[in-house]
Every structure is written in C-alpha cells, then in structure tokens.
Ligand binder design. Structure first.
Ligand SMILES: NC(=O)C1=CN([C@@H]2O[C@H](COP(=O)(O)OP(=O)(O)OC[C@H]3O[C@@H](n4cnc5c(N)ncnc54)[C@H](O)[C@@H]3O)[C@@H](O)[C@H]2O)C=CC1
Ligand SMILES: O=C(O)[C@H]1O[C@H](OP(=O)(O)OP(=O)(O)OC[C@H]2O[C@@H](n3ccc(=O)[nH]c3=O)[C@H](O)[C@@H]2O)[C@H](O)[C@@H](O)[C@@H]1O
Length: 431
C-alpha cells in the first residue's frame, strides 16, 4: 500500500520505518528540513532501538521524506502523527493538528482518487470528526463518505521500545465510520494483526480516541496508586515492593506498572491526563480521582527531598543527583521528576551535582536557569557528596559503589540495586 505520514517525530518516524519494513511504500511529510534530510540520508532523527537499521535499509527504496504535502497525492492513506501539546491551562492545544489538516486538505484538493486520512495523534473524543474532518472537507472540496474517508488509530508505543511496541502490540485499535476505511487499515496492519498476542479492536471514532486517554489515565493512575500505597507502606516501615509483588500475582491486577517511587513523567502521561481532566470539566464532569492521581504524583519529588533532609542538612550541601531523564533508555527530560527534585534541592539551598548517561545536554539546553553542576560520571557526582538521590533507574546505577562520598547517605526514588552494607544510610522512598 502507498502510505504518507504527516509529522516525523517519535511516532511518525517509527510508524514510517516499521510500515516500510512490512513492505509498504512510505513517504514522511515533515516541516523540519533537517529531519527530512536525515531520513533521506538513511539515518534516524531520533534514538530508538531498531530504528536506525530499518531506516538505513528502506530509505531510497520504499521510504523517503519530504516537506512537500503534494506527496500525499501519490498515496492511498495518510496518517496524521502531529504533536498535540497542552495549552497553558492544561487543555489540549489543537493548533498544530489544525495547521497540518489544512495543508493536507489543500494537497488532497488536487487528487482524483479516493483517500483515507487516519488520525494517529492522541486527541480527545470529537476531534477527528468535528475538527479534522471539517477542515479536510473545507480545504479539499471533497466530502467525507464520498472520495474522502476518515479514521482514528491511536498509538500505544513507549519511548525506548517504540519499534518492538509498534510491531508487536497487545492491540491495534481502529476507529472508523465506514467499512471501507476499516478494511484498508485491516489490510495495512495485516501482518501485525495476524500475530498471536495482538488483538484487533474495531470501534467508532470517538471510542478509539477515548481508548487512548483511558489507557494512559489507567496506567498513570496505577503508578499513583502504587505510590500512595508505597507512601503508606513506608509509614508502617513495610516494603512496598514486597507488598506489591504479592498483589501483582492477582491476574485481575497484573505485576506490570507496579514500581513505586518518584512517579511518572515524560511527554505523554502528564499532558494526556491533564487534557482528559480539562476535557471532562468542559463536559461538566469533575474528575476527582484523576485530580488526585496528579496530586499524588506531584508530591513524590518533595517527599524524596524531605527524606534526604532527615539525614543531611541541605543548606550548602553537595548532593549527587543520579539520573535526569524521565525514565531509563531515553534522553527525554520532558516533565521528568528529576527536574522537580533539582528545584526542591535548590529551594533548600543545596548544591546539586547531577549525572545522567545521556540527558545532561538536554537539561543544560532546555533549563539553563537551573542551579546545578553536571558530572561526567556517577562516581564523579558522588565524589565528596554529603548525600545522594536516585531519580532515574538507569541499569548502570545497580553497579555503583559509594566510597567517594563524604557522607554515605543515599535516598532512592527508583529502587536501584545497592549493597546497603556500603552505606551509612540507605532509604527508599516507599520501602
Ligand atoms: N512519543 C510517544 O511515545 C507517543 C506519542 N503519541 C502521540 O502521538 C502524537 C505525536 O507525538 P510525537 O511523535 O511524540 O511528537 P514529536 O513532537 O516527536 O513529532 C511531531 C513532528 O511533527 C512535525 N510537525 C509539526 N507541524 C507539522 C506540520 N504542519 N506538518 C508536518 N510536520 C509537522 C514536527 O516537526 C515533529 O517532527 C502526539 O499526539 C502524542 O501524544 C502517542 C503514543 C506514543
Ligand atoms: O502515550 C504515550 O505517549 C505513551 O505513554 C507511555 O509511554 P512512555 O511515556 O514512553 O513511558 P512509560 O514506560 O509508560 O513510563 C512513563 C512514566 O511512568 C513511570 N513508571 C512506569 C512504570 C512503573 O511501574 N513506575 C513508574 O514510575 C516511568 O518512570 C515514567 O516516568 C505509555 O506506556 C505508552 O503506552 C503510551 O503510548
């Protein structure tokens, strides 16, 4: 099938390379010329395991990139993989989706054959049919249901495992109002849907849109619940990890997403939970539980610093901060809990020295005002430190020794593997 993909970020690039790998002919349409050149040179614009080799294999044959929307006219289906960020009040900001839909609609005005437009971006119920659809109709002069079809196909990949998540998902969700659109997506995804372990969910567009938010809200809530249970466990001097390992043996609950500690960050959970809360309020519903999910999450960094302050006087203290990315395996620092830890340390007069294997440059560039020194290694950050906090569970932290610290106090927000005998004080946030 001939496929065009608008937006070539984490999702668009991964989807393009994987669909090319499945044998489709794919073109990425991207406004950033640097990304266009990178893909056409056979390189990956983002770091994801398995991506570079797929782009290298298919670029120039059945994968290319361009900034020219006219390329959609040589394709049968277009995926919109554009950003859906938050406005200042937390609500969903659709400006980029609207701009991309306008450009796409204008390009489709000059296409004679039928075309399917699929929204893959995370959008609130109603967006595909009430915002994207009317723009496409207006700009293309076509009507949905006659030459133009609309569908919604949310994406569940995680950063760090994007390629394998896309190719081996638990489910493929197809929201469509016409059988033709659903059939096209079934054909496109046929090798993935045919796998054992992947369910195909066919539904209407609104349900598909909401499934994505419900999925992320559920996972974020699960982590906040394990954090709340962890905080309670800590008060009882019980180990939340032992408790939740047993709880996870219940099939109805599952053992995954049970790691308590510093909480959830990243480019998706925070914005999607906020957008759903704002959307619910717009509809006249007060999302009390999701408000609490965010409140629990927001309190964890301060709890970590409070715990450290029980053992170290923070004014002027050299504190090693281990990890800056929002989770291991990525240099993404968006809404990373580590940034909140740095702010709390700064507010209490501490002198943080931070180390991360890949995310330091991002913090330097995007948060130039943060009062923090950076170290080239965990050992260098720990050298002479009066205390340390663990903010990201990078596997290399499991191998740490703490000999160089002035005071061997470690407060762990992520449950790394440490030999407590090496330390004067070792405290876990929830154990
Ligand atoms: N990052 C992730 O792990 C996941 C993201 N999502 C959702 O997928 C959507 C896209 O997210 P990401 O790929 O992370 O975004 P991103 O920010 O990494 O990439 C978006 C790309 O679109 C390009 N772009 C912006 N305006 C454009 C236009 N008018 N025409 C063409 N290209 C344009 C940007 O230059 C950028 O390269 C969002 O709705 C997000 O919530 C869903 C699942 C996973
Ligand atoms: O919508 C999205 O963009 C994506 O958001 C998340 O993926 P991602 O943000 O890449 O990362 P996760 O692995 O889900 O981790 C999110 C946050 O939760 C934290 N977390 C996760 C699991 C856990 O047990 N405990 C915990 O604190 C992580 O440290 C991290 O800060 C979802 O897992 C994906 O399914 C979804 O597609």
């Amino acid at each position: 099938m001939h496929v065009s993909i608008v937006g070539s970020g984490y999702v668009g690039t991964t989807v393009a390379a994987c669909l090319a790998d499945l044998g489709h002919d794919v073109v990425n349409i991207e406004i950033d010329e640097g990304i266009v050149e990178t893909i056409n040179a056979g390189e990956a614009p983002i770091h994801e395991s398995g991506l570079e080799e797929r782009i290298a294999e298919h670029a120039g044959t059945n994968l290319r990139a361009t900034s020219d929307y006219a390329a959609v006219r040589d394709t049968d289906v277009t995926f919109l993989c554009l950003p859906t960020p938050q406005a200042d009040d937390g609500s969903l900001d659709l400006a980029i989706m609207q701009a991309g839909s306008e450009s796409l609609g204008r390009a489709l005005a000059e296409k004679d054959d039928d075309h399917l437009v699929v929204v893959k971006s995370t959008v609130l119920p109603g967006t595909t049919e009430d915002v994207v659809g009317p723009i496409l109709e207006e700009e293309s002069g076509k009507r949905i249901g006659s030459g133009l079809e609309l569908a919604m196909n949310p994406e569940f990949l995680r950063m760090g495992t994007a390629v394998s998540d896309f190719l081996e998902p638990d489910k493929v969700v197809v929201g469509a109002t016409s059988e033709g659109a659903a059939a096209t997506l079934r054909e496109l995804y046929s090798p993935i849907i045919a796998r054992e372990g992947t369910d195909l969910v066919e539904t209407d567009i609104r349900e598909a849109e909401l499934i994505k938010y419900a999925n992320n809200a559920f996972l974020a809530s699960k982590v906040s619940l394990v954090n709340e249970l962890g905080n309670i466990a800590k008060e009882y001097a019980a180990d939340a990890y032992e408790v939740l390992e047993a709880v996870g043996l219940d099939d109805r609950i599952s053992a995954r997403f049970m790691r308590s500690g510093l909480g959830w960050g990243g480019s998706c959970f925070p914005k999607d939970v906020d957008a759903l809360r704002a959307g619910a309020r717009d509809q006249g519903y007060d999302p009390a539980l999701l408000d609490a999910v965010v409140a629990v999450n927001d309190a964890q960094p301060q709890r970590l610093v409070d715990l450290l302050e029980n053992h170290v006087s923070l004014e002027g203290a050299h504190i090693a901060v281990l990890g800056l990315s929002f989770k291991p395996g990525t240099d993404d620092i968006r809404k990373s809990r580590a940034l909140d830890v740095l702010e709390h340390l700064d507010a209490r007069g501490a002198r943080p020295v931070a180390y991360d294997p890949v995310a330091v440059e991002n913090v330097r560039e995007k948060h130039p005002d943060l009062e923090v020194e950076y170290a080239d290694s965990a050992a260098a950050a720990l050298e002479g430190a009066d205390g340390a906090v663990v903010a990201t569970d990078w596997p290399e932290f499991d191998e740490l020794t703490f000999d160089g610290m002035a005071k061997r106090v470690v407060v762990d927000g992520r449950r790394i593997d440490v030999d407590e005998a090496d330390l004067e004080v070792y405290e876990g946030l929830t154990w």
